[in-house]
Design a protein around this ligand. Structure first.
Ligand code: MV4
Length: 461
């Protein structure tokens, strides 16, 4: 039965269009079906055989294989929602999940966008306005002004001296490692600014930059929040995402090793206060750098994240279902006192890529064996016979484990990786197995540079 725009706009929808693909499309579909909602799956030509197509109530091919003409094609997605009678859109992560214009267009089409308001997305998408909002809310930030760098070279020079070298220059429209440049001394500052401004203009359509103190050996710690439309917000613990290569996370864990509750709790509560202050709705992640016992806000992600399962395993909260229920207008059925984070969880991103060069590896999966057993979860869309296409990111599965302690969770991940077999394509499983044998990683508290240093040493050996 088609829903009226008024009905769906009020969040009383019974059908969700999942505007994504791969493992997150499977994950969201499970959450919707458990909530008794109907689902509309979409695909590009390359994903016509996707398994989640057969379990959805409707399955629409919306365009050619290229993401620009399918998963990023706003008009095609909104038309599919209308034709299939969907009352809501879940964007997942990546693609249009942090596109304020799409969120706005969906709401204007009478659909519920399962996410924050477009204005929250826009505010956090501009890294300067995000920092300003956080500073106003008392969230600890990296030293540096919450205003765009002016054009005047003398003023820029003065700002850098006030911060103290080394400094990092970032694009307001950047994020996730794009549009950044480190400057270690004054005599190259102006040239660095000019280069970064030009790159920002080309990549993000805005030359707006800001400057911060460059932290040399931080860890990347993030805090998960969930907020409803009735003035309630909770934080669900924290994650360590420092194990990354070229800004691509490889292994994530919850909680971060060696961070005691007494120092993270005030930060978690500051994030909750910030959410209430800006009227945030849905799930969100506050990204921090952690160095010498102090936290420094760098960015807020206004979407469900790839690594949400490690927080689900430790908090026991189904984050995707909570996100959907909040979008339906329900009051958050969680208060901070209910949130207890137990044990330790790791997630390994299994990628269809060469384990040494990290180059993507497309092809047909001829054999697949996945681990089972206590404290093991696999989020995936692939199966034996599945054709891994070259059009999208290389993530084919997420292997998640949970155990009472970090050491037990490491042992469980080693055993789970040993029981994970993917043949027919190359994967990073051998690399992950080696990483989970590494002593320093086992010790914990490695920083954001560790993995790239470890890879250099492995290659030199
Ligand atoms: C920084 C930083 C050091 N100091 N900002 C990279 C992506 C984006 N999240 C911000 N990033 C960084 N910002 C200051 N003031 C170092 C990084 C950084 C990084 C941060 C988190 C995880 C991995 C990273 C890899 C390289 C650089």
């Amino acid at each position: 039965m088609l829903e009226t725009p008024e009905q769906s706009a009020a969040g009383r929808f019974d059908t969700v269009l999942i505007a994504n693909r791969g493992e997150i499309a499977v994950r969201i579909q499970h959450a919707c079906r458990e909530l008794g909602l109907k689902t509309v799956a979409i695909c590009s030509e390359a994903d016509r055989e996707a398994p989640y197509g057969s379990t959805a109530d409707r399955f629409l091919c919306i365009g050619p294989s290229s993401a620009a003409k399918s998963y990023l094609n706003q008009d095609a997605i909104l038309l599919a929602a209308r034709l299939a009678g969907a009352g809501a859109i879940h964007p997942g992560y990546g693609f249009l999940s942090e596109n304020a214009a799409f969120a706005d267009a969906a709401e204007k089409a009478g659909l519920t966008f399962i996410g924050p308001t477009s204005s929250s997305i826009a505010t956090m998408g501009d890294k300067i306005s995000a920092k300003r909002a956080m500073m106003a809310a008392g969230v600890p930030c990296v030293p540096g002004p919450d205003t765009a760098l002016p054009d005047d070279p003398d003023t820029i020079e003065r700002i850098a001296l006030e911060i103290g070298y080394p400094v990092i220059i970032k694009a307001a429209g950047g994020g996730g490692g794009r549009g950044m440049r480190v400057v270690t001394k004054a005599d190259v500052l102006q040239e660095a600014i000019a280069l970064t401004r030009e790159e920002a203009r080309k990549a993000f359509g805005s030359p707006s930059l800001y400057m911060e103190k460059f932290l040399e050996h931080p860890r990347h710690i993030e805090i998960q929040v969930i907020c409803d439309d009735h003035g309630n917000a909770v934080w669900l613990g924290h994650r360590d995402c420092s194990m990354q290569r070229r800004h691509q996370k490889v292994v994530e864990e919850a909680p971060a090793a060696g961070i005691v509750p007494d120092i993270i709790q005030p930060v978690g509560m500051a994030c909750v206060q910030a959410c209430l202050q800006i009227g945030y709705r849905g799930v969100g992640t506050f990204e921090f750098l952690y160095e010498d016992g102090a936290f420094y806000f760098i960015e807020m992600n206004t979407r469900l994240q790839v690594e949400h399962p490690v927080t689900e395993m430790t908090s026991g909260v189904d984050i995707v279902q909570a996100q959907i229920r909040v979008a339906q207008g329900h009051v958050l059925d969680l208060n901070q006192g209910d949130v207890t984070c137990e044990g330790h969880s790791f997630e390994c991103r299994i990628n269809a890529e060469d384990p040494d060069s990290f180059l993507p590896s497309a092809g047909v999966v001829t054999h697949l064996a996945l681990p089972t057993g206590p404290g093991i979860r696999v989020d995936t869309h692939i199966h034996a016979g599945y054709k891994v296409s070259p059009y999208y990111d290389s993530l084919i599965a997420k292997l998640i484990v949970h155990a009472p302690t970090r050491a037990e969770a490491m042992a469980r991940m080693r055993e789970a990786l040993a029981g994970t077999e993917v043949e027919g394509i190359s994967t990073n499983i051998p690399f992950l197995r080696a990483l989970f044998e590494d002593g320093a990683f086992a010790q914990g508290e490695t920083d954001i540079h560790y993995l790239e240093q470890w890879l250099k040493l492995r290659r030199a050996a």
